[in-house]
Ligand binder design. Sequence first.
Ligand code: GLU
Length: 293
Amino acid sequence: MKKWRKFAAVALTVVTAMSVFAGCGDAKTSSGTTAEAKITDSELTTDVKAIKDRGVLKVGVKNAVIGFGYQDALTGEYSGMEIELAKKIAEYIGVDVEFTAVTAATRTELLDSGDIDCVLATFTITDERKKSWDFTTPYFTDHVSVLVENSSNMKSLADMKGKTVGVSSGSTSARSLVQAMIDNKVITGEGFSKETFDAATWTDGVSFKQYDDYPTISTALSAGEVQAFCVDKSILAIYNTGSRSYISEEFAPQEYGIATKKGSTFSELTEKLVKEWLSDGTINGLITENKLN
Ligand code: GLU
């Protein structure tokens, strides 16, 4: 177990307490950016100019995903590669950055309402989501897995048959698990369609309970309300305490992109910056610094 993962397990209680705070939806944390703006006049398009005039870039981030978006309970400081990426974008524009803790269930409404300018929150790019929001080229790829209590003796996708699984509402997790169980011939998956899949009504070989946040799923797993907890491995890490393990399979690559309002001219800038920082090694550097490889 990597050192930070051990720390993650110890931090579980703190995160649970923090999530109550984050759940209020107004947990905003600002951070000044000191460097000179690098933005050119031609990049100061309508939506970017609005951010510049406001003097602050408002970003939706996770607060309990170590290495991506994590908020220290004592200092309130955020850390992780998504935090650093957001700061770099703000720095490029020459504005401060303000973080709002989001969940899979809240991130899109906050973007739609204009409470935040962009989402950097382990947000997987999918074809359906691309119809509603703009996404950059992916800056990281994770996989989905399943966390279980050791006492359950569940070790693989085959053991998931007939079980109830905790997932977050607004996530891709349930659909990914069903697809993986079909691909691994654990279930036949008759009637499965990627487009119309609904975790709330799926009962063929596995069923789901949906929760608003991850600490609640973790508690439900301990209480036996669900027999498994399914989401991206990066998110599961903090809930992998000593008495729990992952099943052997990882599946469904999850490509994380920065999401912005559909058609916003800010989308063009985020795409330009991600592409540039992928090709010059900046993003790779953030991945390494945050121990994500
Ligand atoms: N990354 C997955 C998704 O976007 C899991 C949910 C989450 O990011 O919290 O659906």
